[in-house]
Design a protein around this ligand. Structure first.
Ligand code: NAP
Length: 243
């Protein structure tokens, strides 16, 4: 069946994705900063599923290392799931360009750097799938998180163009737009229960959408309708709102 490469594998959503893919017969390569920290998680996955789980280091921000990272993989993955992301601090980002740059580079530039390499290889071999985890925050810029939101908007547009480009070569690109998810990223937030997904729920939705060839998936599904409403608020009204 081949193996799936998961980038940003220490993420809570990525770990849930790893559990779903191994349970469905896939081997994995988990790529993360300081991937050694995933040793016991990888061992546990292996015991539960008998699938092979390997670890490799990746820093999304170390653009110059990406070509070598990909060449160093044992063989071509059957697919890649990119889960790395950085929410950052909006207020800090407004006056500290380094924070803005870290948000934009982690959520966008670094992922472009990696996916350009992977997409070219998949296109050449006319096989593979690419799953990018974007966000509903990219659907419309809001004052509370527009630096993060704009980086996700850019990622969403990139994935859309990539899907369009790779269609003829049979490579599938899935854009995931989670709403709130209960992970390390949101642990300090007071999230509304009804609108908040568990990582396992997101992972199952990703697996199902990837296997069935969906283009875009919102998790929870109701976020699609929430964002449709938000996107349709006229700008003259939206600019006065605090949502
Ligand atoms: N949680 C939500 O409500 C929510 C909503 C919409 C979208 N998302 C997106 O879902 C994805 C997964 O996030 P999560 O919620 O699972 O949060 P998370 O547990 O905080 O995971 C984020 C991961 O990104 C990794 N990362 C950050 N910078 C990196 C870099 N330079 N190189 C490699 N890895 C890096 C982190 O690695 P370290 O462990 O090494 O720090 C961390 O494991 C992200 O793209 C996030 O933007 C989340």
């Amino acid at each position: 069946m081949g193996y799936v490469l998961i980038i940003g594998a220490k993420s809570d959503i990525a770990k849930a994705v790893a559990r779903v893919y191994t349970a469905n017969g896939y081997d994995l390569i988990l790529a993360a900063r300081n991937s050694k920290e995933l040793q016991s998680f990888a061992k546990d996955l292996n015991i539960r599923s008998s699938r092979k789980v390997s670890l490799v280091d990746i820093d999304v921000l170390d653009f110059a290392s990406h070509e070598e990272f990909y060449k160093g993989l044992v063989e071509r993955p059957v697919g890649v799931v990119v889960a790395a992301g950085y929410l950052g601090d909006q207020e800090k980002a407004q006056s500290d360009f380094e924070e803005s740059q870290k948000i934009v580079d982690t959520n966008y530039t670094g992922i472009v750097s990696l996916l350009n390499i992977i997409a070219n290889d998949f296109e050449k071999h006319e096989s593979g799938f690419i799953v990018g985890i974007s966000s509903v925050a990219g659907d419309r810029g809001r004052k509370s998180n527009y630096v993060y939101g704009s980086s996700k908007a850019a990622l969403t547009a990139y994935l859309s163009g990539l899907r369009n480009r790779l269609f003829d070569s049979g490579v599938h690109v899935l854009t995931v737009k989670p709403g709130f998810v209960e992970t390390k990223m949101t642990e300090k937030m007071d999230l509304p229960e009804r609108l908040t997904a568990k990582p396992d729920e997101v992972a199952k939705a990703i697996f199902h959408a990837q296997r069935t060839g969906k283009n875009v998936v919102y998790t929870k599904g109701m976020w699609k309708w929430i964002m449709l409403t938000i996107k349709n608020i006229p700008e003259w009204k939206f600019k006065k709102m605090s949502i």
